[in-house]
Design a protein around this ligand. Sequence first.
Ligand code: DGY
Length: 329
Amino acid sequence: MSKAKVYISKAIPKPAADYLEERFDCRTWDGQGAASRERLLEELAEVEGLLTASSVINQELLDRAPKLRAVSTVSVGYNHFDVQAMKERGVIGTHTPYVLDDTVADLVLGMMLSVSRRLPELDQFVKQGRWQRGVGLKEEHFFGFDVHHRTIGIIGMGRIGEAIAQRAVHGFGMKLLYTSRSAKPEVEQRFGGERRELDALLAQSDYVVLMTPLTAETKHMLREEHFRRMKPTAFFINASRGQTIEESALVKALQNGWIAGAALDVFDPEPPSPDNPLLAMTNVVTLPHIGSATAATRDDMVMLAARNLAAALLGEKPPNVVPELAHLV
Ligand code: DGY
């Protein structure tokens, strides 16, 4: 029996590439970065399986891929899947949860520390030779805000939220607030977390951490009225997706001093345009969507994505089908 055709839209590490090549007839984009949209669509005519990282899987793509049976994304977020269109065509979609939880949580703590203790700003201060004796700088010039023993409010208390809570509560002695549709007894027991309505969490937290996945319901969930509710000494941390907030409202909040600062790993759009006001603010830490970006974690994610794809194409149950498409396996 001939092997199913698989397209890999971005070069992947050798173990995962070998794993897929043993089982399938693979073609891999060999240019810089990921295959362009145009190139991807051209490649799909005969393809049954696609391994990708962020390609939008919509009706347009499905129409160009009549034989497609499974799409495996190397990410936990799958907001680039049109799950309704995939459902109608019976295309299985998989993602890579669990393996990145600790890595993303590490980064979130790093973002909190960076923005509150002004690490990038003061790093530049030293490197640019501005730290000189006798120029009359007051010690207060370097002051920041504490992280330890303050209050963290996590919006979107899933697995990554719990990994953040573990560090924040047990490492930094922070008090934990969280939002959730229903109470989470385990979070309350392990971390002493207290559930709040969104408005109360915004008003009471020193660090508001947004970790919710991007869905139709969470798109632009934080707007001007929400940033207005935060404390003027509070920091906003976004490691979810840029579109979960109204970015212009965040800009306004920072320009007007409604909040003290922000640390952002995600933007809308990505990359942000060079004239995005956030890029010029010293109280905003900006990162290029690196939540899961360590070599070890990315290797694990790619291998998991390869296993998910193989299982789907070989008629086995993939370990990580996205919930909306779980009935297809
Ligand atoms: C994910 O896995 O969804 C991350 O955002 C990618 O880094």
